[in-house]
Design a protein around this ligand. Structure first.
Ligand code: BES
Ligand code: ZN
Length: 524
Protein backbone atom coordinates (compact mmCIF):
# COMPACT_ATOMS: atom_id res chain seq x y z
CA UNK A 1 0.00 0.00 0.00
CA UNK A 2 2.65 2.50 1.01
CA UNK A 3 4.82 1.52 -1.89
CA UNK A 4 1.93 1.81 -4.26
CA UNK A 5 1.09 5.34 -3.19
CA UNK A 6 4.64 6.51 -3.38
CA UNK A 7 5.03 5.13 -6.83
CA UNK A 8 1.82 6.88 -7.75
CA UNK A 9 3.21 10.19 -6.64
CA UNK A 10 6.42 9.87 -8.51
CA UNK A 11 4.93 8.40 -11.63
CA UNK A 12 2.27 11.07 -11.75
CA UNK A 13 4.90 13.75 -11.51
CA UNK A 14 6.70 11.94 -14.20
CA UNK A 15 3.65 11.90 -16.36
CA UNK A 16 3.28 15.65 -16.04
CA UNK A 17 6.89 16.17 -16.86
CA UNK A 18 6.85 13.99 -19.90
CA UNK A 19 3.69 15.60 -21.22
CA UNK A 20 5.31 18.99 -21.13
CA UNK A 21 2.12 20.80 -20.19
CA UNK A 22 4.27 23.38 -18.46
CA UNK A 23 6.98 25.94 -18.88
CA UNK A 24 9.68 25.32 -21.43
CA UNK A 25 12.42 25.01 -18.81
CA UNK A 26 11.12 21.54 -18.00
CA UNK A 27 10.16 22.32 -14.43
CA UNK A 28 6.80 22.38 -12.75
CA UNK A 29 5.52 23.92 -9.55
CA UNK A 30 3.65 21.69 -7.16
CA UNK A 31 2.41 22.08 -3.61
CA UNK A 32 2.94 18.99 -1.55
CA UNK A 33 2.15 17.75 1.96
CA UNK A 34 4.60 17.77 4.82
CA UNK A 35 5.36 14.12 5.32
CA UNK A 36 5.84 13.38 1.65
CA UNK A 37 8.17 16.32 1.24
CA UNK A 38 10.31 15.32 4.23
CA UNK A 39 11.10 12.13 2.37
CA UNK A 40 11.79 13.95 -0.85
CA UNK A 41 14.20 16.26 0.95
CA UNK A 42 16.03 13.48 2.68
CA UNK A 43 16.72 11.94 -0.67
CA UNK A 44 17.34 15.16 -2.56
CA UNK A 45 18.76 17.81 -0.22
CA UNK A 46 19.02 20.09 -3.25
CA UNK A 47 15.27 20.35 -3.61
CA UNK A 48 14.52 24.01 -3.03
CA UNK A 49 11.46 24.83 -0.99
CA UNK A 50 10.11 28.05 -2.38
CA UNK A 51 7.65 28.59 0.43
CA UNK A 52 5.94 26.71 3.25
CA UNK A 53 2.59 27.28 4.88
CA UNK A 54 1.11 25.83 8.03
CA UNK A 55 -2.41 24.67 7.43
CA UNK A 56 -4.36 25.15 10.63
CA UNK A 57 -7.77 23.94 11.59
CA UNK A 58 -10.43 26.53 10.84
CA UNK A 59 -12.14 28.03 13.90
CA UNK A 60 -15.20 25.97 13.04
CA UNK A 61 -13.20 22.79 12.65
CA UNK A 62 -11.26 23.37 15.84
CA UNK A 63 -14.47 22.78 17.81
CA UNK A 64 -14.32 19.22 16.58
CA UNK A 65 -11.09 17.59 17.71
CA UNK A 66 -11.57 14.77 15.27
CA UNK A 67 -11.35 17.19 12.39
CA UNK A 68 -8.35 19.13 13.62
CA UNK A 69 -5.83 19.45 10.84
CA UNK A 70 -2.30 20.67 11.18
CA UNK A 71 0.02 19.99 8.33
CA UNK A 72 2.72 21.85 6.46
CA UNK A 73 2.24 22.41 2.79
CA UNK A 74 5.30 23.26 0.71
CA UNK A 75 5.81 24.77 -2.67
CA UNK A 76 8.56 23.10 -4.65
CA UNK A 77 9.82 23.21 -8.18
CA UNK A 78 10.64 19.82 -9.56
CA UNK A 79 12.81 19.23 -12.56
CA UNK A 80 12.79 16.18 -14.72
CA UNK A 81 16.43 15.48 -13.84
CA UNK A 82 15.75 15.54 -10.12
CA UNK A 83 12.81 13.28 -10.55
CA UNK A 84 14.85 10.83 -12.57
CA UNK A 85 17.46 10.62 -9.84
CA UNK A 86 14.94 10.48 -7.04
CA UNK A 87 12.48 8.17 -8.62
CA UNK A 88 13.82 4.83 -7.52
CA UNK A 89 14.85 5.86 -4.04
CA UNK A 90 11.58 7.57 -3.20
CA UNK A 91 9.69 4.70 -4.68
CA UNK A 92 11.02 2.56 -1.86
CA UNK A 93 11.28 5.03 1.00
CA UNK A 94 8.29 7.33 0.93
CA UNK A 95 6.31 6.25 3.90
CA UNK A 96 3.11 8.24 3.57
CA UNK A 97 0.59 9.11 0.96
CA UNK A 98 1.50 12.26 -0.82
CA UNK A 99 -1.13 14.03 -2.77
CA UNK A 100 -0.20 17.22 -4.57
CA UNK A 101 -1.65 20.12 -6.44
CA UNK A 102 -0.25 21.20 -9.77
CA UNK A 103 0.24 24.94 -10.40
CA UNK A 104 0.66 26.36 -13.87
CA UNK A 105 3.15 29.02 -12.72
CA UNK A 106 4.89 30.31 -9.61
CA UNK A 107 2.50 33.17 -9.09
CA UNK A 108 -0.64 31.09 -9.04
CA UNK A 109 1.16 28.59 -6.81
CA UNK A 110 1.93 31.38 -4.31
CA UNK A 111 -1.61 32.71 -4.43
CA UNK A 112 -2.87 29.21 -3.73
CA UNK A 113 -0.65 28.79 -0.69
CA UNK A 114 -1.32 32.23 0.73
CA UNK A 115 -5.05 31.63 0.42
CA UNK A 116 -4.65 28.41 2.35
CA UNK A 117 -3.26 30.22 5.35
CA UNK A 118 -5.46 33.32 5.12
CA UNK A 119 -8.53 31.22 4.69
CA UNK A 120 -7.69 29.14 7.68
CA UNK A 121 -6.89 32.14 9.86
CA UNK A 122 -10.02 34.01 8.88
CA UNK A 123 -12.17 30.92 9.13
CA UNK A 124 -14.34 31.57 6.08
CA UNK A 125 -16.18 34.41 7.78
CA UNK A 126 -17.81 35.49 4.54
CA UNK A 127 -19.83 32.33 4.07
CA UNK A 128 -22.88 31.67 6.24
CA UNK A 129 -23.39 27.95 6.74
CA UNK A 130 -26.64 26.63 5.26
CA UNK A 131 -29.25 24.91 7.41
CA UNK A 132 -28.33 21.26 7.91
CA UNK A 133 -31.79 20.30 9.16
CA UNK A 134 -32.93 16.97 7.72
CA UNK A 135 -36.58 17.50 6.78
CA UNK A 136 -37.25 16.02 3.34
CA UNK A 137 -37.88 12.39 4.28
CA UNK A 138 -41.04 12.19 2.19
CA UNK A 139 -39.07 13.13 -0.93
CA UNK A 140 -35.79 11.32 -0.20
CA UNK A 141 -36.96 7.95 1.14
CA UNK A 142 -38.96 6.81 -1.92
CA UNK A 143 -36.10 7.81 -4.21
CA UNK A 144 -33.57 5.82 -2.17
CA UNK A 145 -35.64 2.65 -2.54
CA UNK A 146 -35.54 3.05 -6.34
CA UNK A 147 -31.75 3.19 -6.57
CA UNK A 148 -30.19 0.00 -7.89
CA UNK A 149 -26.71 -1.48 -7.66
CA UNK A 150 -27.17 -3.12 -11.07
CA UNK A 151 -27.37 0.28 -12.80
CA UNK A 152 -24.22 1.46 -11.05
CA UNK A 153 -22.49 -1.79 -12.02
CA UNK A 154 -23.39 -1.30 -15.68
CA UNK A 155 -22.02 2.24 -15.76
CA UNK A 156 -18.78 1.10 -14.11
CA UNK A 157 -18.43 -1.65 -16.73
CA UNK A 158 -19.16 0.76 -19.60
CA UNK A 159 -16.88 3.54 -18.37
CA UNK A 160 -13.98 1.21 -17.54
CA UNK A 161 -14.17 -0.24 -21.06
CA UNK A 162 -12.09 2.67 -22.40
CA UNK A 163 -8.47 1.46 -22.61
CA UNK A 164 -7.70 4.42 -20.37
CA UNK A 165 -9.16 7.80 -19.47
CA UNK A 166 -5.83 9.58 -19.13
CA UNK A 167 -6.11 13.34 -19.48
CA UNK A 168 -3.99 13.67 -22.62
CA UNK A 169 -5.07 10.62 -24.65
CA UNK A 170 -7.77 10.36 -27.31
CA UNK A 171 -9.33 7.68 -25.14
CA UNK A 172 -9.43 10.19 -22.30
CA UNK A 173 -11.11 12.74 -24.54
CA UNK A 174 -13.60 10.16 -25.78
CA UNK A 175 -14.47 9.13 -22.24
CA UNK A 176 -15.39 12.74 -21.43
CA UNK A 177 -17.54 12.92 -24.57
CA UNK A 178 -19.20 9.61 -23.69
CA UNK A 179 -20.15 10.91 -20.24
CA UNK A 180 -21.50 14.15 -21.65
CA UNK A 181 -23.60 12.12 -24.09
CA UNK A 182 -24.85 9.74 -21.42
CA UNK A 183 -25.93 12.46 -18.98
CA UNK A 184 -27.46 14.54 -21.80
CA UNK A 185 -29.64 11.73 -23.04
CA UNK A 186 -30.75 10.82 -19.51
CA UNK A 187 -31.86 14.43 -18.95
CA UNK A 188 -33.24 15.09 -22.43
CA UNK A 189 -36.83 15.53 -21.24
CA UNK A 190 -35.99 18.33 -18.84
CA UNK A 191 -35.55 21.93 -19.97
CA UNK A 192 -34.19 22.84 -16.51
CA UNK A 193 -31.26 20.41 -16.90
CA UNK A 194 -28.26 21.25 -19.06
CA UNK A 195 -25.01 19.38 -19.67
CA UNK A 196 -21.87 21.21 -20.73
CA UNK A 197 -18.20 20.46 -21.05
CA UNK A 198 -15.70 22.67 -19.24
CA UNK A 199 -12.74 23.28 -21.53
CA UNK A 200 -9.26 23.34 -20.01
CA UNK A 201 -6.70 25.43 -21.81
CA UNK A 202 -3.71 23.19 -21.05
CA UNK A 203 -4.99 19.76 -22.12
CA UNK A 204 -7.60 18.11 -24.31
CA UNK A 205 -9.83 16.19 -21.89
CA UNK A 206 -12.81 18.28 -20.79
CA UNK A 207 -14.63 18.15 -17.49
CA UNK A 208 -18.37 17.44 -17.68
CA UNK A 209 -20.89 19.53 -15.71
CA UNK A 210 -24.60 18.74 -15.44
CA UNK A 211 -26.76 21.52 -13.99
CA UNK A 212 -30.27 21.17 -12.56
CA UNK A 213 -31.38 24.78 -12.26
CA UNK A 214 -32.96 25.62 -8.90
CA UNK A 215 -36.59 26.71 -9.07
CA UNK A 216 -36.33 29.75 -6.81
CA UNK A 217 -32.92 29.75 -5.10
CA UNK A 218 -30.88 29.06 -8.19
CA UNK A 219 -27.96 31.31 -7.18
CA UNK A 220 -27.16 28.85 -4.38
CA UNK A 221 -25.34 25.80 -5.69
CA UNK A 222 -24.84 22.25 -4.39
CA UNK A 223 -21.99 20.30 -6.05
CA UNK A 224 -21.52 16.52 -6.22
CA UNK A 225 -18.30 15.48 -7.93
CA UNK A 226 -16.21 12.53 -9.08
CA UNK A 227 -13.20 12.39 -11.41
CA UNK A 228 -13.62 11.04 -14.90
CA UNK A 229 -9.92 10.51 -15.68
CA UNK A 230 -7.85 7.43 -14.82
CA UNK A 231 -4.14 6.63 -14.66
CA UNK A 232 -1.79 3.69 -14.85
CA UNK A 233 1.44 4.75 -13.17
CA UNK A 234 3.43 2.35 -15.35
CA UNK A 235 2.68 4.26 -18.53
CA UNK A 236 0.52 6.88 -20.13
CA UNK A 237 0.30 5.99 -23.81
CA UNK A 238 -2.87 5.82 -25.89
CA UNK A 239 -3.16 2.09 -25.41
CA UNK A 240 -1.94 1.68 -21.81
CA UNK A 241 -4.67 -0.11 -19.88
CA UNK A 242 -6.05 2.03 -17.05
CA UNK A 243 -9.64 0.87 -16.51
CA UNK A 244 -10.02 2.87 -13.29
CA UNK A 245 -13.15 0.91 -12.42
CA UNK A 246 -12.98 1.86 -8.77
CA UNK A 247 -10.82 4.97 -9.22
CA UNK A 248 -13.09 6.58 -10.20
CA UNK A 249 -15.65 5.04 -12.54
CA UNK A 250 -17.38 4.02 -9.28
CA UNK A 251 -17.84 7.68 -8.34
CA UNK A 252 -19.05 8.66 -11.83
CA UNK A 253 -21.46 5.68 -11.79
CA UNK A 254 -22.81 6.72 -8.38
CA UNK A 255 -23.54 10.22 -9.69
CA UNK A 256 -25.20 8.72 -12.76
CA UNK A 257 -27.60 6.65 -10.64
CA UNK A 258 -28.42 9.75 -8.58
CA UNK A 259 -29.31 11.54 -11.82
CA UNK A 260 -31.42 8.63 -13.11
CA UNK A 261 -33.59 8.54 -9.97
CA UNK A 262 -33.93 12.33 -9.73
CA UNK A 263 -35.16 12.44 -13.34
CA UNK A 264 -37.45 9.42 -12.90
CA UNK A 265 -39.14 11.22 -10.00
CA UNK A 266 -39.25 14.58 -11.78
CA UNK A 267 -37.40 16.02 -8.78
CA UNK A 268 -37.00 19.80 -9.04
CA UNK A 269 -34.66 21.36 -6.51
CA UNK A 270 -35.00 24.90 -5.14
CA UNK A 271 -31.25 25.40 -5.12
CA UNK A 272 -29.19 24.58 -8.22
CA UNK A 273 -27.63 21.10 -8.14
CA UNK A 274 -24.52 20.36 -10.21
CA UNK A 275 -23.02 16.95 -10.96
CA UNK A 276 -19.39 17.24 -12.02
CA UNK A 277 -17.08 14.76 -13.71
CA UNK A 278 -13.62 16.27 -13.33
CA UNK A 279 -10.84 15.92 -15.84
CA UNK A 280 -7.18 15.50 -14.84
CA UNK A 281 -7.54 14.66 -11.14
CA UNK A 282 -4.76 12.09 -11.24
CA UNK A 283 -2.15 14.66 -12.28
CA UNK A 284 -2.58 17.18 -9.46
CA UNK A 285 -6.33 17.94 -9.24
CA UNK A 286 -5.98 20.09 -12.33
CA UNK A 287 -9.54 19.98 -13.67
CA UNK A 288 -11.27 20.63 -10.35
CA UNK A 289 -8.80 23.38 -9.46
CA UNK A 290 -9.65 25.32 -12.61
CA UNK A 291 -13.38 24.84 -12.01
CA UNK A 292 -13.30 25.76 -8.30
CA UNK A 293 -11.19 28.84 -9.06
CA UNK A 294 -13.62 29.97 -11.76
CA UNK A 295 -16.60 29.57 -9.40
CA UNK A 296 -14.77 31.56 -6.75
CA UNK A 297 -13.83 34.27 -9.25
CA UNK A 298 -17.50 34.55 -10.27
CA UNK A 299 -18.42 34.80 -6.58
CA UNK A 300 -20.68 31.77 -6.93
CA UNK A 301 -22.43 30.79 -3.73
CA UNK A 302 -21.57 27.10 -3.51
CA UNK A 303 -23.28 25.99 -0.30
CA UNK A 304 -21.83 22.49 -0.18
CA UNK A 305 -19.57 20.07 -2.07
CA UNK A 306 -19.42 16.28 -1.84
CA UNK A 307 -16.68 14.26 -3.55
CA UNK A 308 -17.19 10.59 -4.45
CA UNK A 309 -13.77 9.18 -5.35
CA UNK A 310 -13.63 5.36 -4.94
CA UNK A 311 -16.89 3.92 -3.65
CA UNK A 312 -17.04 0.25 -4.64
CA UNK A 313 -14.24 -1.66 -2.89
CA UNK A 314 -15.28 -2.92 0.56
CA UNK A 315 -11.99 -3.37 2.35
CA UNK A 316 -12.66 -2.10 5.87
CA UNK A 317 -15.02 -3.00 8.70
CA UNK A 318 -17.14 0.18 8.56
CA UNK A 319 -19.33 1.01 5.58
CA UNK A 320 -18.56 4.67 4.95
CA UNK A 321 -15.43 6.55 6.06
CA UNK A 322 -15.69 10.32 6.34
CA UNK A 323 -12.34 11.96 5.71
CA UNK A 324 -11.89 14.80 8.15
CA UNK A 325 -8.96 16.69 6.63
CA UNK A 326 -9.52 19.42 4.01
CA UNK A 327 -13.24 19.01 4.62
CA UNK A 328 -15.78 20.97 6.68
CA UNK A 329 -16.59 19.66 10.18
CA UNK A 330 -20.15 21.01 10.29
CA UNK A 331 -20.98 19.59 6.89
CA UNK A 332 -19.34 16.26 7.84
CA UNK A 333 -21.62 16.10 10.87
CA UNK A 334 -24.58 16.70 8.53
CA UNK A 335 -23.33 13.89 6.29
CA UNK A 336 -23.05 11.55 9.30
CA UNK A 337 -26.61 12.53 10.26
CA UNK A 338 -27.78 11.78 6.71
CA UNK A 339 -26.32 8.29 7.02
CA UNK A 340 -27.96 7.60 10.38
CA UNK A 341 -31.29 9.00 9.16
CA UNK A 342 -31.53 7.41 5.72
CA UNK A 343 -29.26 4.34 5.96
CA UNK A 344 -29.40 3.51 9.67
CA UNK A 345 -27.94 0.03 9.22
CA UNK A 346 -24.63 1.46 7.95
CA UNK A 347 -21.62 2.07 10.18
CA UNK A 348 -19.46 5.18 9.94
CA UNK A 349 -15.69 5.46 10.29
CA UNK A 350 -13.40 8.50 10.26
CA UNK A 351 -9.96 8.91 8.73
CA UNK A 352 -7.71 11.36 6.87
CA UNK A 353 -6.05 11.19 3.48
CA UNK A 354 -3.53 14.08 3.57
CA UNK A 355 -2.89 17.12 1.40
CA UNK A 356 -4.29 17.13 -2.12
CA UNK A 357 -5.72 13.60 -2.15
CA UNK A 358 -8.79 14.27 -4.28
CA UNK A 359 -10.91 17.01 -5.86
CA UNK A 360 -12.61 18.12 -2.63
CA UNK A 361 -9.24 19.75 -1.82
CA UNK A 362 -9.67 22.09 -4.81
CA UNK A 363 -12.97 23.41 -3.44
CA UNK A 364 -11.62 23.52 0.10
CA UNK A 365 -8.72 25.65 -1.15
CA UNK A 366 -11.25 28.20 -2.44
CA UNK A 367 -13.03 28.32 0.93
CA UNK A 368 -16.04 26.12 0.15
CA UNK A 369 -17.47 23.46 2.50
CA UNK A 370 -16.56 19.95 1.34
CA UNK A 371 -17.02 16.32 2.40
CA UNK A 372 -15.33 13.16 1.15
CA UNK A 373 -17.11 9.90 2.04
CA UNK A 374 -14.74 7.07 1.13
CA UNK A 375 -14.93 3.30 0.59
CA UNK A 376 -12.43 2.24 3.26
CA UNK A 377 -10.09 3.43 5.97
CA UNK A 378 -7.12 5.15 4.34
CA UNK A 379 -4.67 2.25 4.53
CA UNK A 380 -7.16 -0.42 3.44
CA UNK A 381 -8.29 0.96 0.09
CA UNK A 382 -8.40 -0.91 -3.18
CA UNK A 383 -4.85 -2.25 -3.82
CA UNK A 384 -5.34 -2.33 -7.61
CA UNK A 385 -5.85 1.40 -8.29
CA UNK A 386 -3.59 3.07 -10.84
CA UNK A 387 -2.87 -0.30 -12.49
CA UNK A 388 -4.37 -2.34 -15.33
CA UNK A 389 -6.03 -4.41 -12.61
CA UNK A 390 -8.40 -1.74 -11.30
CA UNK A 391 -11.29 -3.68 -12.82
CA UNK A 392 -14.93 -4.17 -11.89
CA UNK A 393 -14.15 -7.82 -11.10
CA UNK A 394 -11.44 -6.75 -8.66
CA UNK A 395 -13.86 -4.63 -6.67
CA UNK A 396 -16.20 -7.59 -6.26
CA UNK A 397 -18.07 -7.86 -9.56
CA UNK A 398 -21.11 -6.04 -8.17
CA UNK A 399 -21.85 -2.51 -6.96
CA UNK A 400 -23.45 -3.04 -3.57
CA UNK A 401 -20.88 -0.86 -1.80
CA UNK A 402 -21.23 1.97 -4.32
CA UNK A 403 -25.00 1.94 -3.82
CA UNK A 404 -24.49 3.17 -0.24
CA UNK A 405 -22.55 6.17 -1.54
CA UNK A 406 -25.05 6.86 -4.31
CA UNK A 407 -27.83 6.89 -1.70
CA UNK A 408 -25.77 9.16 0.54
CA UNK A 409 -25.10 11.50 -2.38
CA UNK A 410 -28.77 11.68 -3.29
CA UNK A 411 -29.80 12.42 0.29
CA UNK A 412 -27.12 15.15 0.46
CA UNK A 413 -28.25 16.69 -2.84
CA UNK A 414 -31.95 16.63 -2.00
CA UNK A 415 -31.68 17.79 1.62
CA UNK A 416 -29.47 20.73 0.66
CA UNK A 417 -31.06 21.20 -2.77
CA UNK A 418 -34.62 21.49 -1.45
CA UNK A 419 -33.67 24.33 0.88
CA UNK A 420 -32.46 27.91 0.91
CA UNK A 421 -34.05 31.17 1.92
CA UNK A 422 -37.70 31.91 1.28
CA UNK A 423 -41.04 30.12 1.36
CA UNK A 424 -42.22 30.58 -2.20
CA UNK A 425 -45.89 30.49 -3.02
CA UNK A 426 -46.96 30.39 0.61
CA UNK A 427 -49.73 32.73 1.79
CA UNK A 428 -49.03 35.20 4.59
CA UNK A 429 -47.24 33.27 7.31
CA UNK A 430 -47.15 34.34 10.93
CA UNK A 431 -44.80 32.85 13.49
CA UNK A 432 -45.61 33.52 17.15
CA UNK A 433 -43.48 33.25 20.26
CA UNK A 434 -43.99 34.39 23.84
CA UNK A 435 -41.88 34.47 26.96
CA UNK A 436 -40.17 36.75 29.42
CA UNK A 437 -36.95 38.72 29.60
CA UNK A 438 -35.02 39.90 32.63
CA UNK A 439 -33.44 43.37 32.52
CA UNK A 440 -30.81 43.57 29.72
CA UNK A 441 -31.44 39.99 28.67
CA UNK A 442 -31.47 39.34 24.90
CA UNK A 443 -33.10 36.53 22.90
CA UNK A 444 -32.63 35.69 19.22
CA UNK A 445 -35.21 34.30 16.79
CA UNK A 446 -35.02 33.02 13.24
CA UNK A 447 -34.28 32.47 10.48
CA UNK A 448 -37.72 33.46 9.20
CA UNK A 449 -37.89 32.49 5.55
CA UNK A 450 -39.36 35.04 3.18
CA UNK A 451 -39.59 35.45 -0.57
CA UNK A 452 -40.15 38.90 -2.10
CA UNK A 453 -42.63 40.89 -0.05
CA UNK A 454 -42.61 42.34 3.44
CA UNK A 455 -41.75 41.00 6.85
CA UNK A 456 -43.34 42.72 9.84
CA UNK A 457 -41.97 42.05 13.31
CA UNK A 458 -44.11 43.14 16.26
CA UNK A 459 -44.31 42.65 20.04
CA UNK A 460 -46.89 43.31 22.74
CA UNK A 461 -46.45 42.60 26.44
CA UNK A 462 -45.58 44.17 29.80
CA UNK A 463 -42.49 46.13 30.81
CA UNK A 464 -40.14 47.61 28.16
CA UNK A 465 -38.96 45.48 25.22
CA UNK A 466 -36.62 46.66 22.42
CA UNK A 467 -36.85 44.94 19.04
CA UNK A 468 -34.26 44.58 16.25
CA UNK A 469 -34.57 42.80 12.89
CA UNK A 470 -31.97 42.04 10.23
CA UNK A 471 -31.77 40.32 6.85
CA UNK A 472 -29.48 37.31 6.34
CA UNK A 473 -27.75 37.50 9.73
CA UNK A 474 -28.51 37.79 13.42
CA UNK A 475 -28.98 41.43 14.51
CA UNK A 476 -27.25 43.00 17.47
CA UNK A 477 -28.38 46.12 19.30
CA UNK A 478 -26.01 48.10 17.06
CA UNK A 479 -26.29 46.19 13.75
CA UNK A 480 -29.80 45.80 12.31
CA UNK A 481 -31.96 46.65 9.30
CA UNK A 482 -34.88 47.94 11.38
CA UNK A 483 -35.53 48.52 15.07
CA UNK A 484 -38.25 49.68 17.44
CA UNK A 485 -37.16 50.76 20.94
CA UNK A 486 -39.91 52.84 22.53
CA UNK A 487 -40.55 52.84 26.28
CA UNK A 488 -43.15 50.04 26.35
CA UNK A 489 -43.37 46.42 25.21
CA UNK A 490 -45.45 47.39 22.16
CA UNK A 491 -42.95 47.57 19.28
CA UNK A 492 -43.08 47.03 15.53
CA UNK A 493 -40.86 47.38 12.44
CA UNK A 494 -40.96 46.10 8.85
CA UNK A 495 -38.46 44.97 6.22
CA UNK A 496 -38.92 44.75 2.48
CA UNK A 497 -37.51 41.84 0.55
CA UNK A 498 -36.88 42.00 -3.18
CA UNK A 499 -35.95 38.31 -3.44
CA UNK A 500 -35.82 35.20 -1.30
CA UNK A 501 -34.13 35.87 2.00
CA UNK A 502 -33.92 35.02 5.69
CA UNK A 503 -34.84 37.45 8.48
CA UNK A 504 -33.57 37.26 12.06
CA UNK A 505 -34.94 39.02 15.17
CA UNK A 506 -33.40 40.08 18.49
CA UNK A 507 -35.45 41.11 21.54
CA UNK A 508 -33.91 42.86 24.54
CA UNK A 509 -35.51 43.48 27.94
CA UNK A 510 -34.86 47.17 28.68
CA UNK A 511 -36.55 46.35 31.98
CA UNK A 512 -37.89 43.00 33.16
CA UNK A 513 -40.63 42.25 30.62
CA UNK A 514 -42.99 39.75 29.13
CA UNK A 515 -43.45 39.59 25.38
CA UNK A 516 -45.56 38.11 22.65
CA UNK A 517 -43.69 38.24 19.32
CA UNK A 518 -45.31 37.92 15.91
CA UNK A 519 -43.30 37.74 12.66
CA UNK A 520 -45.52 38.05 9.59
CA UNK A 521 -44.42 37.49 6.02
CA UNK A 522 -46.68 38.91 3.31
CA UNK A 523 -45.80 38.06 -0.31
CA UNK A 524 -45.73 40.85 -2.86
N1 BES B 1 -8.71 8.14 -5.55
C1 BES B 1 -7.40 8.61 -5.20
C2 BES B 1 -7.36 9.13 -3.77
C3 BES B 1 -7.20 8.08 -2.68
C4 BES B 1 -6.46 6.93 -2.89
C5 BES B 1 -7.74 8.33 -1.45
C6 BES B 1 -6.33 6.02 -1.87
C7 BES B 1 -7.61 7.42 -0.42
C8 BES B 1 -6.90 6.26 -0.64
C9 BES B 1 -6.97 9.75 -6.13
O1 BES B 1 -7.41 9.56 -7.43
C10 BES B 1 -5.47 9.83 -6.11
O2 BES B 1 -4.84 8.99 -6.67
N2 BES B 1 -4.91 10.82 -5.42
C11 BES B 1 -3.48 11.00 -5.28
C12 BES B 1 -3.10 12.44 -5.46
C13 BES B 1 -3.36 12.96 -6.84
C14 BES B 1 -3.19 14.46 -6.89
C15 BES B 1 -2.43 12.29 -7.82
C16 BES B 1 -3.03 10.61 -3.86
O3 BES B 1 -3.82 10.69 -2.91
O4 BES B 1 -1.87 10.25 -3.71
ZN1 ZN C 1 -6.21 7.84 -8.27
Amino acid sequence: MQKRISSLLISSLFAILSNQAHAADDKVWISIGDKALQQLQKLAPATVIQQSSMVLATPANRLNKQAAQEEQVHLVQVSQDQMLRLSDAIHHELKRCGGFMFHSDLNSAKVSLSKLSVQNKAGLAALVAPSYTIDNQSVVTPMLTQMQASNIAQTIVDFSAFANRYYTTNNGVNASNWLKQKWSSMASGRSDITVEQFTHAGWAQKSVILTIKGSDNSTEVVVLGAHLDSINTKGTTETTKAPGADDDASGIASLTEILRVMVANNYKPRRTIKLMGYSAEEVGLRGSQEIAKSYKAANTNVVGVMQLDMTNYKGSPQDIYLYTDYTNAAQNQFVANLISTYQPSLSIGYDKCGYGCSDHASWNAQGYATSMPFETAFTQDNPYIHTENDTFANSGGQADHSLKFARLGLSFAVELGSDGPGTPGKPPVTDSYSGSLTQNQTKSFGPFKAASGSVTVATTGTGDVDLYARKSNLPTTTTYDCKSDGSTATESCSLNQSANGDVYVLLKGYTASTYSLKVTYTPQ
